[in-house]
Design a protein around this ligand. Structure first.
Ligand code: FES
Length: 157
């Protein structure tokens, strides 16, 4: 049995209906609209009404938040999706693959940080020149990894 108000067309949902279905607060819906992530129409009484397929966009926004994908990245992806109709299965596959790539890139970055941190364990030099964590440009990498710079006693830090 549908929970829609019979006063609304099949395609349009009120703010309350969208909030109930998605768990997203009305203020967040307004924010997403202001950011161009979703669109709303207006009733005669100037109330926001959302086309049903906006639920899928909101689902994507929620999924992205859970994945740590920025709203800016969501907005970029949404520019490639249709606004007036639901995205296709193919669209979703493309979006999820793109976000998977972002997660993989983030994992590689975290693994890189972890390797740098391991090199620091037991060192404690905190040298701006020597420490890979503090010197991400890694200017001295060619001279070895980890605390090799501790062997530079004159380093000002
Ligand atoms: S504390 Fe990072 S290399 Fe020494």
């Amino acid at each position: 049995m549908s929970s829609e108000s019979p006063a609304h067309s099949e395609e349009l949902l009120t703010v309350g209906e969208v909030t109930a279905r998605t768990g997203v607060a009305a203020s967040a819906l307004r924010f997403y609209e202001a950011e161009g992530l979703i669109t709303a129409e207006r009733s005669r009484g100037n109330q926001r009404l959302y086309r049903r397929h906006m639920l899928r966009r909101i689902s994507l926004i929620l999924a992205a938040r859970r994945l740590g994908i920025s709203l800016a990245d969501v907005a970029e992806v949404f520019t490639t999706l249709p606004v007036d109709e639901p995205p296709s299965h193919r669209d979703w596959v493309r979006v999820s693959r793109s976000w998977k790539s972002q997660l993989e890139e983030r994992r590689r970055y975290i693994q890189s940080l972890e390797r740098q941190l391991i090199a620091c364990i037991g060192c404690g030099c905190l040298s701006m020149r020597a420490c890979d964590l503090l010197n991400p440009d890694d200017r001295l990498r060619t001279r070895g990894q980890g605390p090799v710079r501790l062997q530079e006693p004159d380093e000002p830090g």
